[in-house]
Design a protein around this ligand. Structure first.
Ligand SMILES: [Ca+2]
Ligand SMILES: [Ca+2]
Ligand SMILES: [Ca+2]
Ligand SMILES: [Ca+2]
Length: 421
């Protein structure tokens, strides 16, 4: 009895500390401790290669050409996934060529939708999303045209009676583009385009009108920091499945910031969240790496003087994340630059996995999430081979995700079909 009474007294005293006079507890609530995450060994995944496809011979610029960006999407809406690319040329006036090929539905690409040559001051950004309508995939594209002018666009084709009409549209801004991504900001079922302007320290949201193109870009400022350049962005419903999509921006050595969706195209920046120990993300993607229904973010985690690692921010569903969970990768992979980080569930266990290309090693790396912030590397020997670029989609329509790795100098892509289905 006495002991119980003593505990109650101690408890009241403890509760009174910092309350400013015995009222109900107030002030910031410390974040809950991170849940204990249990490793679940991921199911394996294997791939088989099908015949490589050529990029059609370039018609603009000057040889030699180098494949620098690829993307996959059913942009002609015939149910088969198509292929788009950007090649750099050796000309100083036509520095790049872009184009697309229709997919065969069996892993190959034949025919040629043509493309265009253009001048850019850096490697263009090429991606995909359901930007042409609900469940109507198309390509998203951003080009640094001059030192201060950026063009963004959505692109697809609609074919009727033998005629091909271009759909989608363009936008532009003054600044320097550090990344683009797509996600549905206004909950109309159509993905919208978001660009990161490093020089202007802002994001620009272009709400898609589907096949009719893009609304004007709406800028939202990033918070001031030490001056470290923002590097990457991801879109996801980090405030929960019923809340609109927000944007997470990597702010170099400063950490990251969540931009909360205010009215579909404008965002309110939260406080900068440091990653600690000088760590920074050089790429970010959204997914659900533990399959708990809450959106997480993962990225390529850099530590000064250290190897590349994967860093996962498990979402709490309220717009905040647990502390970053770093995961080591194979030493050779950690020592080399990564390209084209993709978040997708390739082994069908519900947990988002990570895939990227390591050009200098000639490998695609497939990291299968173990739900606890760790990743098991797929060991399939067919992942080795020229891998300047990586894109992921269901090429053969059998319900699992397939890979396309790019051979930069040969202007070829090697499709790898997932053997799960
Ligand atoms: Ca939308
Ligand atoms: Ca999650
Ligand atoms: Ca998975
Ligand atoms: Ca497939």
């Amino acid at each position: 009895m006495h002991r119980l009474l003593a505990l109650v007294v101690v408890s009241v005293l403890a509760g009174g500390v910092g309350c400013g006079g015995g009222g109900p507890a107030s002030g910031p609530t410390p974040p809950p401790p991170p849940p204990v995450r249990t490793r679940i060994p991921p199911a394996p995944v294997t791939f088989f290669p099908v015949a490589a496809s050529d990029v059609p011979p370039p018609v603009f610029g000057t040889a030699p050409y180098t494949l620098v960006a690829t993307a996959l999407a059913d942009h002609d809406d015939d149910g088969k996934v198509d292929f788009a690319w950007v090649a750099a040329t050796s000309s100083t006036t036509t520095t790049h060529e872009s184009g697309s090929r229709p997919g065969t539905g069996a892993g190959g690409f034949t025919g040629d939708y043509g493309g265009s040559g253009f001048k850019a001051t850096g490697t263009p950004f090429l991606g995909r999303g359901a930007v042409l309508g609900a469940a109507e995939d198309g390509f998203v594209f951003a080009v640094q045209v001059t030192a201060t002018f950026v063009s963004v666009s959505t692109l697809g084709y609609r074919i009727s009676g033998g005629n091909r009409a271009e759909v989608g549209g363009v936008g532009s801004f003054s600044g320097t583009v550090a990344g683009i991504t797509s996600g549905d900001l206004d909950d109309d079922g159509i993905d919208d385009l978001v660009a990161l302007d490093a020089a202007g320290r802002r994001v620009l949201a272009y709400v898609s009108k589907g096949e009719a193109g893009l609304h004007a870009g709406v800028p939202s400022a990033l918070p001031a920091g030490s001056g470290a350049a923002p590097t990457s962005l991801a879109v996801g419903r980090v405030h929960g499945a019923t809340s609109p999509a927000d944007v997470v921006v990597a702010l170099g050595a400063d950490g990251y910031v969540v931009l909360t969706n205010a009215d579909a195209a404008a965002f309110d920046a939260g406080a900068v969240v440091p990653l600690g120990a000088g760590r920074s993300f050089e790429a970010l993607v959204a997914g659900d790496f533990d399959d708990d229904g809450l959106v997480d973010v993962a990225g390529v985690l850099l530590t000064p003087g250290g190897p590349r690692r994967v860093g996962t921010l498990f979402g709490r569903g309220d717009g905040t994340f647990d502390d970053v969970v770093p995961a080591d990768v194979e030493a050779a992979v950690g020592a080399a630059p990564w390209r084209d980080l993709v978040a997708a569930d390739v082994n069908g266990d519900g947990r988002t996995d990570l895939l990227f290309a390591v050009p200098s090693l000639g490998r695609v790396v497939v990291l299968l999430s173990d739900a606890a912030g760790g990743f098991d590397a797929a060991t399939d020997a067919d992942l080795a081979g020229a891998s300047a670029t990586l894109s992921v989609d269901d090429l053969d329509g059998d319900g699992d995700l397939d890979l396309v790795a790019g051979d930069a100098a040969a202007l070829k892509v090697r499709p790898l079909l997932n053997e799960r289905n």
